[in-house]
Design a protein around this ligand. Sequence first.
Ligand code: AMP
Ligand code: MG
Length: 410
Amino acid sequence: MALLSCSDALQIVASKMPSQALSTATERIPLTSARGRVLAQAIMADRDQPPFPRSTRDGFALRSSDANSPMRLIGAIRAGEQWTGAPLQPGEALEIMTGAPVPEGADAVVMVEHVTIEDAMLTLQPGRTLSVGENIVPRAAEARAGDVLLQAGVCMGAAEIALAASVGAAEIAVFAQPVVAVLATGDELVALDITPDAMQIRNSNSHALAALVQEHGGVARILPPAADTRESLHAAITGARDAAMLVLSGGVSAGKYDFVEDVLLSLGAEFFFTGVAMQPGKPAVFGRIPPTAEFPEQWLFGLPGNPVSTQVTALLFAMPMVRALAGEAEAQANFALAKLTVEVKVRPGLTRFLPARMDSSLAGATVKPTGWQGSGDLNANARANCYLVVPPDATALQPGDVVTVLLRSR
Ligand code: AMP
Ligand code: MG
């Protein structure tokens, strides 16, 4: 049977994502702790934005029809002040600062650099014209009182937090974070506080996965690693059945001691895919254990154990699901385009993800592979800051080609 393509695998994960947050459980938190959390309730405008016609410049408020004649300066107004004098009359101008309310009667603001002032009389510099509304944001041009500014399902970053702050939302309602159990498997693994003997390796995957889970809005629960026996896997997996999601590393290849799929099947799991035409990451599996009387459903990702394979497949498949379970409305892996600076060998039939370094500047982004010793190479992986995507049908990749990269940041 032909292996599932990587784009089909992404589609399958997307199609299974719950459209609603995992639980309707919500909590109220201070806006100061909101970064990375997902809104459970929309945030509305408490008043028109801006609440008054706002000057966007330091300059002079005036009537555009006065453009051709000198105007008399009658005062000044700063941000935070309200003009208390009479509405502006023909032939009058008022000094105004950025962010201050434009007084009644004025319909334009001219920048301080574009006028000449002599004896409290203001004239536009030669050639300068005025149009109605210039340098003024009308009242409510950005939003009206009662408008929804941020929908439930939005992940809060600096821009969203600033908007919430602007309407006085000192506390916000967010979804409870999903618990994601992380289970590394393999007889060769030892914990960090143990000195490995020559043939053992330290368990790095649990730490990578926990960091990814946290970054994508989940709460990671690192389980003690399981040995490559059915009994050990069975005990570890049943012990974590209350978690919304279980991410396993290792034990999903076709090796003699790869029992993860078997054990999950014996626990009632269904699989949506077992294997993807990609490299690294080919053995990745995605499934779920249906709900029981005791436990809600549990989403399952069995990721290959080689550390780069684990991280690539986690970023592509498992992390979007974490975000969906956290209530995010737009949960998908993060891709971008960059210009390739070197030639890259292609291997038809598989979507490849090569550890790569992307450099960004005002002119755009360039990317080149870091070079690596294969999917166990944690060093190359840490020198990289993204993965260069080589499409399965690419015939050649040359310097100057625009290529897709899988970003690590959300
Ligand atoms: P597996 O997918 O179980 O065949 O594992 C493939 C290889 O990945 C193993 O031989 C290990 O070298 C490595 N590996 C597996 N699990 C881990 C882990 N938790 N941390 C670091 N490396 C791992
Ligand atoms: Mg193994």
